[in-house]
Write a protein that binds this ligand. Sequence first.
Ligand code: NDP
Length: 242
Amino acid sequence: MTVLVTGASRGIGREIALLFAKKGYQVAANYCRSGPEMEKLVQEAEHQGFTILPVRADLADHEAVKRMVQEVENNFGAVDVLVNNAGIALQKLVQDTTWEEWRNVFAINVDGMFSCTQAVLPGMIRRQKGRIINLSSMWGVTGGSCEVAYSASKAAVIGFTKALAKEAGPSGITVNCIAPGVIATQMNQRLSKEDLEALREETPLMKIGSVEDVAEAAFFLASEKAGFITGQVLQVNGGIVI
Ligand code: NDP
């Protein structure tokens, strides 16, 4: 079984790549700017006796994504599981958000998901099976003040997931998304200690989530056990949004 995980050089994507590798998958791990971090992941996997194939592509570049998926298929054959995890955040008032910033958030969070999905779909349709797992966010469900561009892009991920689930279901492909709450990664390092503590207190389970919490949910959605689940938003958020 082959999985392609985007944005796997750190954070949630890195953990998903490692978990799938440990579970016996052939893992292709996408990255863009963080070459040294990806090199560390490849080495860590090797120490643990697994092989991870690093594949570089800027997901905002549609042609580069096509070449990346071709590279994965040349090495491993068709992709069984695609995890559209790569994403960027933007914390700004909407009136301070530049057109370029708005476009960049959508280019990576939405266009990248579209390009990767479109590139792997022919292989999945041919084999009448596949799993697509998209990373949304609690802000895509509920909207976040000062995160309008990010929230809108993550709401688009949910719309994409639900529509594609209907379109691809007859081909034996499930499409779901995970909407994490606050997870301890570099993405949240911009938040002040006070803001992070406030979010922790707002979370009914009174803690910040871990990358493992999200990776386990992704692994479940990819498994045979989740075969009758499609078009869903799995909220891995400690109850902060219900
Ligand atoms: P990080 O910021 O830690 O990592 C983001 C990853 O995305 C990196 O591996 C980065 O790779 C990759 N990436 C960014 N731009 C591109 C690009 N143009 N092409 C390819 N890869 C790119 O994020 P998290 O691990 O925290 O988040 C992962 C996903 O989960 C995101 O979609 C995020 O929106 C979502 N999420 C996270 C939450 C959290 O609290 N952390 C909460 C809700 C959702 P590189 O550096 O190599 O470019």
